[in-house]
Design a protein around this ligand. Sequence first.
Ligand code: TEU
Ligand code: CA
Length: 557
Amino acid sequence: MEKKWWHGKTAYQIYPKSFYDSNGDGIGDLPGIIEKLDYLQELGIEILWISPVYVSPCADQGYDIADYYGIDPKFGTMEDMDRLLEETKKRGIAVLMDLVVNHCSDEHEWFRKALEDPDGEYGKYFYIEDMKDGALPTNWSGYFGGDVWEPIPGTDKCYLHVFHKKQPDLNWENPKVREEIYNMVNWWLDKGLAGFRVDAIVNIKKPLPFTSYPADRDDGRSSMDQVLKHASGIGEFLGELRDRTFASHDAFTIGEVFNVSDDEMADYIGENGYFSSMFDFRQTLEGKSILGWLDSRIPSPDDYKRCCFESQAQGEACGYLANIIENHDEPRGVSHYLPKHAQHETGKKLLATMYFMQKGLPFIYQGQELGMENKGDWTIEEIDDCSTHGEYQRCLEAGCSEERALEIVSHYSRDNARTPFQWDDSAQAGFTNGTPWLVVNETYKKINAAEQVTRADSVLSYYKKMIALRKNPQYAETIVYGKTEPIMTEEHDIMAYFRRGEGRDLFVIGNFDCISRTVEVSEMTAKAKVLLNNCEDFELSEGMLTLKPHQALVVAL
Ligand code: TEU
Ligand code: CA
């Protein structure tokens, strides 16, 4: 595999609105990120993905962009952005912005012009269709619930939005739209960005002409996941995007790509793929249902292990995947993948070890390095996220009581990941001097950065050790490029794998069980060197290794 500058790094995702508020308006901002760059540098971060800070009415928290060339005043100014690029450069941190081009905001100039004249030039920037006798063009079900079509007042027309109705889909079939997008991407890359995380990109190719598909739910609608299976030819758009923008800038790009088959993987992230890398969402999707959170199931450690190993094999075949346990759309990883009995610092380090030591580019989502948890005990009034409100509605329509509906959405709500970063144990977790836009998680009194920075056995200190190990010249080749070889795959609640490198092998093992477990590891001899251990010691005798409950080890063989 051809080596790239980014392979050996550790990446970090910032959700700006919730990271650090520098001016007391309750909203995290760019100057706030700049203030905290030393924290990120000390952690060992070398790639930063910043979720959208463009001009946005924030119907979907910045993923609804009204001006791609401007910074929203609530997040700061373009000067702040330039300063951020300078300050990150000084610290050897590459910056990725979010590229959100499946849709824009209904407040974008293009859409306003489209509404003024749906049959005119800008009408063709979107998908605007006639409603026949009041009927919508298709039965597609939007990601956030309800229809994907919104009537245009005063006309017999409607426009397509697969996400929020304030996020009209851009018409990629129109060469002018693509041209506008490429110009904008190049403008940002010329400014000094290292690249982009590419949002919801699998949605840009619609199956045309518009038609309904068999219903997969009681309301007669067909979910977008099903709909997209009928679309073909997305590669022409993605190849053109790459050739016209990323390629000439040698940009690093990471796709938010769902449901790619083994055969398509190479097109996406193989040699000259559309993107440099893509997120491995196999475990993110495990247990999720196209019918929504109501029908979803929380994965067990054995499910988690199986998903990881399947993806490791897929990635080995043709590219370099990015590994995550959470992001701004998902429950906190420690609240989702760990059994209740493991939801403590030792267990959090166990999960961290299992994901971080796999082959691929590790992304840490803000607060993950502290072991931040789901808030869990939400009231529906406290929840801001549009997708959670859609899912709540779905639960009620399916006959759930309000109490049951709240219980379901409380686990999956995207707001679990969006509560303010827990900097210290002062009011509002040290995130703001004002009133935060979203409630803080009460756990901040115990789980916060200030406390963990000073403590050698904190989750944060453990993440620092893992990141440092990834850069340690003695082991980096194996950690970054070594092949993942699963073992003990049938061993319930044990996850174990070798990383086979050139001349040096590592062994990674974790016990998700609440009792001690003894397993046979003939390759682990007395001369094996323990590089990471989330417990004080371990027991090895004549090839038999005994792990304490929730113990994880990384061993150089
Ligand atoms: O997410 C795309 C996506 O598929 C998710 O919306 C997912 O289906 C949903 O979060 C499940 O609750 C991206 C962004 O990451 C997300 O924050 C945006 O809302 C979305 O695109 C629209 O831009
Ligand atoms: Ca602010």
